[in-house]
Write a protein that binds this ligand. Structure first.
Ligand SMILES: O=c1ccn([C@H]2C[C@H](O)[C@@H](CO)O2)c(=O)[nH]1
Ligand SMILES: [Zn+2]
Length: 135
């Protein structure tokens, strides 16, 4: 699955739309994510918070777990949207979870401004611990 400009746009749009379902009454920081798998399917997710704050789940992990639950095992790209003036990169926990299925995935962050970040998971999480380290 080649990541063309059209595929990027589709992924970014899906991430923006996914943020509309965000359940974030505590942080009031809605986030949307979209994941492109090797089969060409796009899975989306939003952050889902909890009154027990530590149980909050990020948009990226919601999207990845949705893909995994559908049987997908290879992530090609992740797009993240935050309604902020500057783009937001995935948190450390999400970087680790992306690594499991997409160690070289393209990671795109978009926002409400013109700012954007385009990088790869191996740049965000160098020398990652992954499945290969278990022998
Ligand atoms: O990349 C990020 C950063 C934060 N959050 C969520 C977690 C929490 O619900 C809120 C504030 O941290 O934003 C995400 O979903 N993705
Ligand atoms: Zn996260």
């Amino acid at each position: 699955m080649k990541i063309t400009p059209a595929v990027r746009r589709r992924l970014e749009k899906a991430a923006r739309r996914a943020a509309e379902a965000s359940y974030s009454p505590y942080s009031k920081f809605p986030v949307g994510a979209a994941v492109l798998t090797s089969s060409g399917h796009v899975f989306t997710g939003c952050n889902v918070e909890n009154a027990s704050y530590g149980l909050c789940n990020c948009a990226e992990r919601t999207a990845i777990f949705s893909a995994a639950a559908a049987g997908e095992r290879a992530i090609k790209a992740v797009a993240v949207y935050t309604p902020t003036p500057t783009a937001t990169s995935p948190c450390g926990a999400c970087r680790q979870v992306i690594n499991e299925f997409g160690p070289t995935a393209l990671v795109i962050s978009v926002c409400d401004g013109s700012d954007r970040i385009e990088t790869t998971l191996d740049q965000l999480l160098p020398h990652a611990f992954g499945p290969g380290n278990l022998g």
